[in-house]
Design a protein. Structure first.
Length: 252
């Protein structure tokens, strides 16, 4: 009787092991098929927070942006409204992004449906935090990041080292601002409402210092731990783990 009970127990465990193996293999096939849908949407970013939080190659504005809603009219009229920028990198949903000091920051944008006369050239201007003023005045300290550059690609890569305020180094902190305007409209008129033309865009941001090189040996400066993939256990490792467990039980 004891021998028969042992055989029945061994048979039951063997069937259970086979069932688990088939289930695991079926799940992997299903996951592989599902993963092939929508391939090519992997996002990249140039720095730790620039983020991406979205695909930099997509022309679709963020779903969190009110400007992503389609226009109620396709007649070509802007209804008297100016055109506005919809940021893609960093994404529109990030109200005040973090940019790394001494890095190159990728900026990419699109326009809302009111933009009927998009700019051919744009100017990007920065503003230092409160407390930094034009020498001898109480006026805010501005500087030009880029002047009269082509707006055809709706993108610009800002070198925070070479394109910083003359005589200043961008340091860690908050309160910075970035402006994008139509070069033909000019700075003084950029906040005037002109139907179908770009209205001044302002993005508040902060700067941070990457300390990975100081605290993590061999970790690159632009490493983003939030984007690191966790390796999934393979079916073979799970199978051998189950097999070892089964043999251990059968040996009892």
């Amino acid at each position: 009787m004891q021998g028969l009970a042992r055989i029945l127990r061994q048979s039951s465990l063997a069937v259970l092991l086979l069932y688990l193996l088939v289930t695991i293999l079926s799940f992997e096939v299903f996951a592989a098929d599902s993963g092939s849908v929508g391939d090519g949407t992997t996002s990249t970013r140039d720095n730790a927070f620039g983020i991406s939080l979205g695909d930099g190659n997509s022309d679709t504005p963020s779903k969190t942006s009110s400007s992503s809603k389609p226009s109620s009219s396709n007649s070509g009229s802007s209804n008297g409204q100016p055109g506005r920028i919809v940021m893609k990198t960093p994404p529109q949903s990030v109200q005040s992004p973090l940019f790394e000091t001494a890095s190159k920051v990728k900026l990419q944008w699109s326009y809302d449906n009111n933009m009927k006369k998009p700019p051919s050239k744009i100017t990007i201007r920065g503003q230092m935090p409160e407390g930094f003023n034009e020498p001898g005045t109480t006026k805010p300290l501005y500087w030009y990041i880029a002047q009269n550059v082509s707006a055809a690609n709706k993108a610009y890569t800002w070198d925070t080292i070479t394109e910083s305020p003359p005589g200043y180094t961008l340091r860690e902190g908050s309160g910075y601002k970035l402006y994008i305007i139509d070069s033909d409209v000019g700075w003084d008129n950029s906040t005037h409402v002109t139907a179908g033309k770009l209205f001044q865009f302002m993005l508040p941001f902060s700067m941070y210092n990457s300390r990975y090189a100081q605290t993590n040996d061999g970790v690159p400066n632009n490493y983003n731990p939030n984007a690191a993939n966790r390796p999934a256990p393979s079916s073979s490792s799970i199978f051998f783990a189950l097999l070892f467990t089964t043999i251990s039980v059968l040996a009892l």
